[in-house]
Design a binder for this molecule. Sequence first.
Ligand code: SF4
Length: 350
Amino acid sequence: MNATIVKQDIRKIDKATLEDFFVSIGDKKFRAGQVYQWIWQKGVCSFDEMTNLSKSLRTTLEAHFTIQAIKENKVQKSFDGTIKTRFQLHDGHMIESVLIPVPEDNRYTVCVSSQVGCSLTCTFCATGRMKRVRNLDAAEIFDQVVQVNQQCLDTFGHPLTNIVYMGMGEPLLAYKNVLESIERISAPDGLNMSPRRITISTAGIAKMIKQLADDAVKVNLALSLHAADDLKRNQIMPINEQNNLAALMEAMNYFFEKTKNRISYEYIAFKNFNDSMDDAKKLVVLCKKFPVRVNIIEYNPIDQADFEKSSEDKINAFAQYLIQKNVTVTVRRSRGKDIDAACGQLANKD
Ligand code: SF4
């Protein structure tokens, strides 16, 4: 009777296990290091590309393992240079990543997804309507960086400079895999990108923000704030009911005290909801707890939500007020809105 070998994803096993494998087939331990380099440093997706291994060894690896790489499924380019890519995962699910080029600042940012769908149901967000299917594994997040980096080189002749975990899903609910992906992306024997150029963006889970601090991560943290009082925040982000602003401020302060890493608030301006002077005053109070910068983001309406974008005049007045109060502010014009690639628009739409 022929026993069928169930192939394991080689990127899900650690180096020691891989070393044991090579010894078990009568080869040398150091092969594991060579394979690790191909996988995590060069980001290859097939055994055939591992050209310093003999053909017969590559065939043996192929017989025992798979590489469950993500595959480009659809690419959309915006008039403003933004590129959205839909990727298919090995089990058929789809996710999206967005490349946001800002050549004048020499900044090329990829926004990566951490989950298929999202469980958090923020009312303004298209992903929140999709239901969470599963977390991405570390390699699936890593693949987005590798593939979009190549896209960035091919299109703009420049590698990625920044990575934001701000695509589909809540990164702190895929915690272990997100941290593992950061390790692979930033390790000298991985992609060797500086963790200072990586930002985790969260809807606000106090316990996990503290966990990040305890795990001494070197990445930046962004809180999707979007409202500066609990009443309003509860209306648009149900997660706020268990993680109110007091709890979040305490957790962010803990994060800052322990890591001294950069913190920012993301603040989408919704017309007549959170764009008044009263809202600006409340926001200033939250900016005095620890050093923080504010990114005010223009809203991109989605079909399923009632919100409208705030006017340019109102956004400017709002920002001006914060500046007067010595808050560091950036106003982000929306990017990629014609291809549904802007904040809150990712939903695998055709
Ligand atoms: S804004 Fe983020 S956390 Fe909220 S539903 Fe959308 S993807 Fe999930």
